[in-house]
Ligand binder design. Structure first.
Ligand SMILES: N[C@H](CCC[C@H](N)C(=O)O)C(=O)O
Length: 272
């Protein structure tokens, strides 16, 4: 059996998109997702995205990290599937109902409302998430925000001076984060501008992270470091994040279709 896919990315955060809305696909599990995502023996991607029919929205988007873990939200992929859809779309995700709308800069997505309580991040025990009294080497005193998925944000002088490949997994898997966490290091450059790098839960260092840009912008706004509309410059490029007065987070930026293809799961050792 051959399965068709669309290879896409948002600022270099890349995806393999499978569409099960027209015909069912083999049951998706962690092994299947990890095999497709493998950059040496599979197609290769940061996340595998599965589109399914939905009773609550235009369609359902399931998100699997490269390690096979299924998660609640993916900002860059939401713009990508919004591009595929070609017009405004309501999208059901594990993190809630999202709305994507084509805009002059690509796609705008209403990403939901941020949550700050320790048990909404979640953390393993009660703690002030606005200024967590914790440190990992030179990364200290972060803020934690849930934007559908969990993020911890450290404000530093130079994100590119941080050895994310070494310290990222240490924080990602720390027991204080029972569902693991996405690790963000950010620097403020103006009241409307930030620089950001992200070590992603289940995917590692990516060129861009949409939910990381949302969480880091909200964290900076909560601390009074930036205004309620900010450009977040990631290694792959910029995203614009606005925290509306109604508490909704709006992320705007590009999405790209790279190529289409098909594969036989048996070729990746997947018994479909
Ligand atoms: N690694 C994330 C999911 C993908 C998020 C990222 N690719 C984005 O654009 O938001 C997590 O485990 O919560």
């Amino acid at each position: 059996m051959r399965i068709e896919f669309t290879k896409m990315h948002g600022l270099g955060n890349d995806f393999v998109v499978l569409d099960a809305r027209l015909r069912p696909l083999p049951a998706m599990d962690a092994a299947f997702a990890a095999a497709v995502a493998d950059r040496h023996t599979g197609i290769g991607c940061d996340q595998l995205i599965l589109l399914e029919p939905s009773d609550a929205a235009d369609f359902r988007m399931r998100i699997f990290n490269a390690d096979g873990s299924e998660v609640e939200a993916c900002g860059n992929a939401t713009r990508a599937v919004g591009l595929l859809h070609g017009r405004a779309a309501r999208i059901e995700t594990l993190g809630g109902l999202l709305t994507s709308t084509p805009s002059e800069t690509g796609i705008s997505v209403e990403m939901g409302k941020p949550r700050f309580d320790w048990n909404a991040i979640p953390l393993g025990y009660a703690m002030d998430t606005h200024a967590m009294p914790v440190a990992w080497e030179e990364l200290v005193n972060p803020i934690a925000v849930n934007v559908g998925n969990p993020h911890v944000i450290f404000f530093v002088s130079d994100p590119y001076a941080i050895d994310m490949a070494r310290i990222g997994p240490m924080i990602e898997t720390d027991q204080i984060f029972p569902e693991r966490v996405n690790v963000n290091v950010a620097a403020i450059t103006a009241r409307d501008a930030m620089i950001l790098r992200v070590w992603e839960r289940g995917a590692g260092l990516t060129r861009a992270c949409g939910t990381g840009a949302c969480a880091s912008a909200i964290g900076a706004m909560k601390r009074g470091l930036v205004d309620r509309r900010v450009t977040v410059s990631l290694p792959g490029g910029p995203l614009v994040i606005e925290w509306r007065e109604d508490d909704e987070i709006v992320m705007s930026g590009p999405a790209t279709e790279a190529f289409r293809g098909s594969f036989d799961p048996a070729d990746f050792g997947i018994i479909a």
